[in-house]
Design a protein around this ligand. Structure first.
Ligand SMILES: [Zn+2]
Length: 192
């Protein structure tokens, strides 16, 4: 089991057919995940394509994560919590400035994604909307959104099966409001 310490991230490769298990070890902790085709980084995970093809804004067990080229990148095999978000972009320095008036340095998923993905020649402008595992975004009939504390309990996990060779970026999210006000680690494991 690999550990992503609180407010940090990781990037790694996984091969077609391998499975990725992402665990919330303490509960109420979001993990942002981005995917790139390992053979051509211009192909990457797409929120728009996924919500379109799955005909749902709540993506969970049985669904696929699709690319900007309309190819399947991951299948969700297990999801013990069942609530994830695919609407909101990774938290960034600007998130904390614009939404919370924080002009000081603040760790963010965006920074943790691009710094870890640099070794795969992926740049900040390449980072797409992430699949936000365990993130609890609620929406009203009028479209109003709210970011609520995750519903995940200690030990909840999601298992993904790679549909192509992938570069994966993964974080333990750094935004107070997304994580019930405290920051915890994320665990992950690559299974054959
Ligand atoms: Zn975040």
């Amino acid at each position: 089991m690999n550990i992503i310490e609180k407010q940090s991230g990781a990037a790694f490769k996984i091969q077609k057919g391998q499975r990725l298990k992402v665990v919330d070890p303490k509960g109420e902790q979001v993990s942002d995940m981005v995917l790139f085709n390992a053979k051509d980084k211009r192909e990457k995970i797409s929120s728009g394509k996924t919500l379109d093809f799955e005909e749902n804004i709540l993506i969970t067990k049985g669904d696929f994560l699709w690319s900007n080229r309309s190819n399947k990148m991951m299948e969700i095999l297990e999801d013990t919590n069942g609530r994830n978000d695919f609407l909101l972009a990774p938290c960034s320095p600007e998130t904390f400035k614009i939404m919370y008036g924080n002009n000081d340095y603040h760790p963010s998923c965006f920074e943790n994604l691009y710094t870890n993905l640099k070794k795969f020649d992926i740049e900040p402008d390449d980072i797409p909307t992430a699949f936000n595992i365990f993130m609890n975004v609620q929406f009203q009939p009028d479209g109003k959104l709210s970011v609520d504390p995750p519903l995940s309990k200690a030990g909840d996990y999601v298992i993904f099966k790679a549909q192509m060779d992938l570069v994966v970026g993964l974080t333990a999210c750094s935004a107070e409001d997304s994580n019930g006000g405290s920051f915890k680690p994320i665990h992950y494991e690559i299974l054959e």
